[in-house]
Design a protein around this ligand. Structure first.
Ligand SMILES: [Zn+2]
Ligand SMILES: [Zn+2]
Length: 398
């Protein structure tokens, strides 16, 4: 796609559109729904002027639930549908959503992913969506960040990826995860940070840039997986509330106790869709109120506390991929960050490993997730054997 087309598209998005949506819902606060889609992510932004942005679409088995919620909340095609990255727990309901409620624009990182599900989705996007975009900065000003105006001062700024100014991250724990779209939604003194399944490499890259990451509400990366949400990243984001989109009794061990601990350390109020159901955050520009489907009528109020217009647009320095350098604050964040360090325990005493039916991960024999599940399991006599077919689970770190 040509740069000229990107440019035209951005100008179009940035222009305020005083159309029907505005007339219908002027004066409304900004609302973000973090849907309960089980093990996956799906969130809907409804801007003060009624513009709608869907960020991810949950796993395939939640697609009808998502479709139903979208039909209840969205009366016109989505203004923008974002796929943070092409994994199935984010992509699973997108085709259904696009066919059912429609979308004017679709954005994904543009990171190549050879899966059938992703290919099929791109075909649906081609049929159903007017414009397809990736977060390529304005070629006239390649160091700037792509910002999408949502009306009444609300804006969504894409912080990552930044191709071609910065190349995609490669050789990471998971390159599709590492190149997740990370976007900051700002409204008045409040901000929301959406991280997809960002990895420590993504976080480190963002931390090197002169970007204000401070956010009132953080959508926790990778369902609370232990590698992401490093102490350094959380120290920069300073979230007052954190939402973990995660399935009950998932066999990945999400959210991990390590991440819950790090969130506690920065005093973020934690919401989890597995326990709280759908979480709805409403911002009037000064405070964000959060309520959850399964917490009764209780509403948690958190002050905004971030500077207005809070995404700094300073010069972006070209990043180089790092492996794992602690950022000068001692040992606190170092061990969890190093990619691949969880494979240091070798199978010298030949422990047995198991995976649960339908799962992509394997566990130690002693793992409580394994004990809790009644699913059929496959046994592996060595770690190496298990590694050939599955990934290590994040709860027991086999
Ligand atoms: Zn992922
Ligand atoms: Zn995910």
């Amino acid at each position: 796609m040509s740069f000229a087309r990107w440019l035209a598209l951005l100008v179009l998005l940035l222009a305020s559109v005083p159309g029907q949506a505005l007339a219908q819902s002027a004066g409304q606060p900004l609302t973000v729904h973090f849907f309960d889609v089980g093990q996956g992510d799906a969130a809907l932004i409804i801007s003060p002027t009624g513009k709608t942005v869907l960020i991810d679409s949950g796993p395939p088995d939640a697609r009808h639930r998502l479709e139903q919620r979208l039909r209840e909340l969205v009366k016109e095609p989505l203004d923008l549908a974002i796929l943070t990255h092409p994994h199935l727990d984010h992509l699973g309901g997108m085709s259904t959503a696009l066919r059912s409620v429609g979308a004017r624009r679709f954005m994904d990182p543009g990171f190549d992913h050879p899966s059938e599900a992703y290919r099929d989705l791109l075909n649906v996007v081609g049929d159903e969506v007017g414009q397809v975009m990736t977060p390529v900065p304005n070629p006239q000003d390649p160091r700037s960040l792509v910002t999408i105006g949502l009306g009444d001062g609300a804006a969504l700024t894409v912080l990552w990826p930044r191709v071609p100014e910065d190349p995609f991250l490669t050789g990471t724990r998971s390159d599709p995860n590492s190149n997740s779209i990370v976007a900051k939604l700002t409204y008045g003194k409040t901000a929301f940070l959406f991280t997809g399944d960002a990895e420590p490499d993504t976080e480190a890259t963002l931390l090197r840039k002169p970007i204000d990451l401070t956010s009132t509400v953080l959508k926790v990366a990778h369902h609370g997986g232990r590698h992401s949400s490093t102490a350094d990243f959380l120290a920069a984001v300073k979230p007052q509330a954190a939402v973990i989109s995660v399935g009950a009794k998932n066999d990945y061990g999400h959210p991990t106790s390590a991440v819950l601990e790090r969130l506690r350390a920065v005093k973020a109020t934690v919401f989890r869709t597995d326990q709280d159901g759908e979480v709805v955050a409403t911002s009037d520009g000064n405070v964000v109120s959060l309520r959850a489907e399964k917490r009764g009528g209780a509403s948690e109020l958190v002050p905004g506390g971030v500077k207005p217009g809070s995404v700094a647009l300073g010069p972006i320095t070209r990043g180089t991929r790092r492996t794992s350098t602690p950022r000068g604050r001692g040992a606190a964040s170092a061990p969890a960050e190093a990619p691949g360090t969880d494979s240091t325990q070798r199978d010298t005493d030949a422990p047995r490993y198991f995976s649960l039916k339908g799962s992509k991960v394997f566990h130690k024999e002693s793992c409580r997730t394994l004990k809790r599940s009644k699913s059929d399991r496959t046994a592996y006599s060595s770690r190496a054997e298990a590694m050939r077919e599955r990934r290590p689970a994040e709860d027991c770190h086999p």
